[in-house]
Design a protein around this ligand. Structure first.
Ligand code: NAP
Length: 260
């Protein structure tokens, strides 16, 4: 039976007419996040250090516009100018997904300053500066904006052999709450998704190690690696009008890992 409430309910998850800027959209989680947002009606701006033809093809196949920004987030940037350029090309930014990230593994005793700086710059500093520039645009144009950060289980736990990554991802969780506090009065929500162990390039080294794989699978109640598409419903919820009163949260999508 069709009820009168269905159309309004559907609109709560409709992103038609919205523009989503997704960093790190070439591969893995970022590509899946861009596809999920496009499937709900958003046009996509993909930002990464390399061209992303596969993401462009997937988004346009869904009938949405795709624009590409090639930009190495490890290098210094004029983030306000970068945001202004994207706004001019895409006619605004409604949703920002801070997904780009790198991981460098080494024992804490041997960790180099170079690896520390690279990880902190891509995973934390650029996330803040891009969010600041985009939030200024959202405030100036009165948008009910959405900022969605990709955190990690290492936003909650220490991990091993990834000191810069752990520090950066704890920082992402903290910044999510700070930005949520300051932007809520402007109608902008800021939330984070903390993926579990997902099948992407980021975990290639772990997945190539049978002993580490066995240890991880024993601890994941769902008993499997996550697929990038497992994040689709979470990003759509945080991006959609439906979640307007949800802000400052860090949501694990981890097959139950944090509950164990
Ligand atoms: P991935 O396949 O390695 O993707 C990383 C993305 O970040 C790539 O698209 C890459 O694009 C972009 N990127 C890296 N360095 C960049 C730079 N200097 N400038 C601009 N873009 C850059 O790994 P992933 O697993 O999808 O990771 C996505 C996010 O999820 C990361 O923040 C990661 O920490 C987080 N995460 C992953 C897992 C997991 O299990 N996989 C778990 C928790 C959190 P280019 O190649 O174009 O530079």
């Amino acid at each position: 039976m069709t009820t009168r409430t269905e159309p309004a309910f559907t609109r709560l998850f409709d992103l038609s007419g919205k523009v989503a800027l997704v960093t790190g959209a070439r591969t893995g989680l970022g590509k899946a996040l861009a596809e999920a947002l496009a499937s709900a009606g958003a046009d996509i701006v993909g930002l990464g250090s390399r061209p992303m033809p596969e993401t462009a093809g997937a988004v346009t196949a869904l009938g949405r516009r795709f624009r590409e920004i090639v930009c190495d987030l490890e290098k210094p940037h004029d983030f306000p100018a970068l945001a202004a350029d994207i706004v001019a090309q895409a006619h605004g930014i409604d949703i920002l997904v801070n997904n780009a990230g790198i991981i460098r593994r080494q024992d804490m005793l041997d960790y180099t300053e170079e690896d520390w700086d690279a990880v902190m710059t891509v995973n934390l500093k650029s996330l803040f500066l891009l969010s600041q520039a985009v939030a200024r645009h959202m405030v100036a144009t009165g948008r009910q904006g959405r900022i969605i950060n990709i955190a990690s289980l290492l936003s909650f736990q220490g991990g091993i052999r990834v000191p810069a990554y752990t520090a950066a991802k704890h920082g992402v969780a903290g910044l999510t709450k700070l930005m949520a506090n300051e932007l809520a009065p402007r109608g902008i929500t800021v939330n984070a998704i903390a993926p579990g162990y997902m099948e992407t390039d980021n975990t290639a080294a772990l997945r190539a190690d049978p002993e580490r794989t066995r240890q991880l699978m024993e601890r994941i109640p769902a008993g499997r690696w996550g697929a990038p598409q497992d994040l689709a419903t979470a990003v759509l919820f945080f991006a959609a009008p439906a979640s307007g009163y949800v802000t400052g949260t860090v949501l694990p999508v981890d097959g139950g890992w944090m509950a164990r």
